[in-house]
Design a protein around this ligand. Structure first.
Ligand code: NAD
Length: 255
C-alpha cells in the first residue's frame, strides 16, 4: 500500500458532475476510495462522472443535492451513510461565480454566491464532522481560489462576492482545523485559472494576459487540482492541517 492509497475510504465530492470536481472524483476513485458524486443540476453530467469512475475500475454513486440548503445536505449525508457508512474524506468543491458586474450587484446575487460557496461548505463540514470525530481520522479539503487570497486586478468588476466567499472559506477551514484536530485534518486548495465551464466565457485576450503573468506559462487543468487535493487527503499529508495550498502556476505566491 502506498502513502496515497485511499482504499476502504468513503469520499464525498460536492460539485462532482463536471470540471475540477469531476477530476477529483476520478482521482480519488483511482486511489481506491468509494466516491459519492454530488451535484445540483445535471443528472446526465453526474452520471458521466460515475461512468468514468467505473471505466477506471472504481466505485461510487451519485447524489443530487443543493448544498446551500442544510436540509438537502443532511438528507444526502443520511443516504450516503445508509449505503456506505460515514463519509471520512470530504471535498467541498461546489461553487458558483458571478457572471455580471458585482459593482452594482443586486443583494440577492451576493446572498446566492455566499449561500452556495460559504454556507454550502459549512453545511457539509458540519454534517460530516460527527462521523469523522467518531472515526478519529477524517480529512477535509475545501476548494477556495486565488481570489480568496488577493483581489484580482484583471476582473475587478466581477469578483466582490466570489472573492469574499473564497476568503471566508480559508478562515473557516483554519478555524475548523484547530477546533477538530487531531481527529480531522482540514486544508484549503486555492486554484488559479483552470479551464472549465465556469471560466469558459473569459475572453481570449484576458486568458492570454493571465498566462503571460504565470511562471508555468499555462492555465491549470482540473487534473492539476485533483492531484493536490488527493495528496492533502492522503496519509502522505498526515502532518498538514489548517493550511492553504495555491495551485496557480506561480501567478500568486504566498509569503
Ligand atoms: P464548474 O462550474 O465547472 O462546476 C461547478 C460544480 O458545482 C458543478 O458540478 C455544479 O453542479 C456544482 N454546484 C453548483 N452549485 C451547487 C450547489 N448549490 N449544490 C451542489 N453543487 C453545486 O466549476 P469549476 O471550475 O469546476 O470549479 C469548481 C470549484 O473550484 C468552485 O468552487 C470554484 O469556485 C473553484 N475554482 C475554480 C477556478 C477555475 O478557474 N475554474 C479557479 C479557482 C477556484
Amino acid at each position: 500500500m502506498t502513502e496515497q492509497d485511499l482504499s476502504g475510504r468513503v469520499a464525498l465530492v460536492t460539485g462532482g458532475s463536471r470540471g475540477i470536481g469531476r477530476a477529483i472524483c476520478r482521482r480519488l476513485a483511482q486511489a481506491g476510495a468509494w466516491v459519492a458524486v454530488n451535484h445540483s443540476s445535471s443528472d446526465e453530467a453526474a452520471a458521466e462522472t460515475l461512468a468514468e469512475i467505473r471505466a477506471d475500475g472504481g466505485e461510487g454513486g451519485v447524489w443530487r443535492a443543493d448544498v446551500s440548503s442544510f436540509a438537502a445536505t443532511d438528507a444526502m449525508f443520511g443516504s450516503i451513510e445508509a449505503e456506505r457508512g460515514p463519509v471520512d474524506l470530504l471535498v467541498t468543491n461546489a461553487g458558483i461565480a458571478s457572471f455580471q458586474d458585482d459593482v452594482d450587484m443586486p443583494v440577492d446575487l451576493w446572498r446566492r454566491i455566499l449561500a452556495v460557496n460559504l454556507d454550502g461548505t459549512f453545511h457539509c463540514v458540519w454534517r460530516a464532522k460527527e462521523g469523522m470525530r467518531a472515526g478519529g481520522d477524517g480529512r477535509i479539503v475545501c476548494i477556495s481560489s486565488i481570489n480568496g487570497l488577493a483581489p484580482t486586478t484583471m476582473r475587478p468588476d466581477r469578483l466582490i462576492a466570489y472573492g469574499t466567499s473564497k476568503s471566508a472559506i480559508i478562515g473557516f477551514a483554519r478555524n475548523c482545523a484547530v477546533a477538530f484536530g487531531p481527529a480531522i485534518r482540514v486544508n484549503c486548495v486555492a486554484p488559479g485559472l483552470v479551464d472549465t465551464d465556469m471560466t469558459r466565457d473569459m475572453s481570449e485576450e484576458m486568458r492570454q494576459r493571465i498566462v503571460a503573468g504565470t511562471p508555468a506559462g499555462r492555465t491549470g487543468t482540473p487534473e492539476d487540482i485533483a492531484a493536490l487535493t488527493h495528496f492533502l487527503l492522503s496519509d502522505a499529508a498526515g502532518f498538514i492541517t489548517g493550511q492553504t495550498y495555491v495551485a496557480s502556476g506561480g501567478l500568486v505566491t504566498l509569503p
